[in-house]
Design a protein around this ligand. Structure first.
Ligand SMILES: [Zn+2]
Length: 138
């Protein structure tokens, strides 16, 4: 019976997709720092929101229409900001999970490693800088 012979495995196949443990650790630290920063901003935003909410109930009786309008606007902006921060926190946390699973930080287009600095600044980055530039030029 004839057997297929093309089963030889190449040792270099996955070479691109290896990052040193030290580098993975560096990315993890950067991501965790980023998450903590965002968490702080989020907490601040929430306490400001609570403040605005309290103001609203405390002295809305004496407010004229314009005051109420401004406060509503401020509150809406604060809510948008808080939601935004929460979204970014979730992104960073997903990134940390994917990093643990070993499938984070690789360019989706060329498969090269995305630099640590870029990942720290944009945890949701899925392309390396040159691929991103190519993408934007189209
Ligand atoms: Zn790339």
């Amino acid at each position: 019976m004839a057997k297929a012979t093309g089963t030889r495995t190449t040792a270099t196949g996955d070479a691109k997709r290896t990052r040193s443990a030290a580098e993975t650790e560096k990315i993890r630290v950067a991501l965790v720092e980023r998450r903590d920063e965002l968490q702080d901003e989020y907490d601040t935003s929430i306490s400001e929101l609570t403040e605005l909410q309290r103001d609203r109930f405390a002295d809305s009786a004496g407010d004229d229409q314009a005051d109420t309008g401004t406060k509503t606007f401020e509150r809406e902006q604060e809510i948008t900001l808080a939601n935004n921060l929460l979204e970014r926190i979730t992104q960073v946390e997903r990134a940390i999970d994917r990093l643990s699973a070993g499938n984070y930080g690789w360019c989706e287009r060329c498969g090269n490693a995305i630099p640590v600095e870029r990942l720290a600044a944009f945890p949701s980055a899925t392309l390396c800088v040159s691929c991103k530039q190519l993408e934007e030029r189209r």
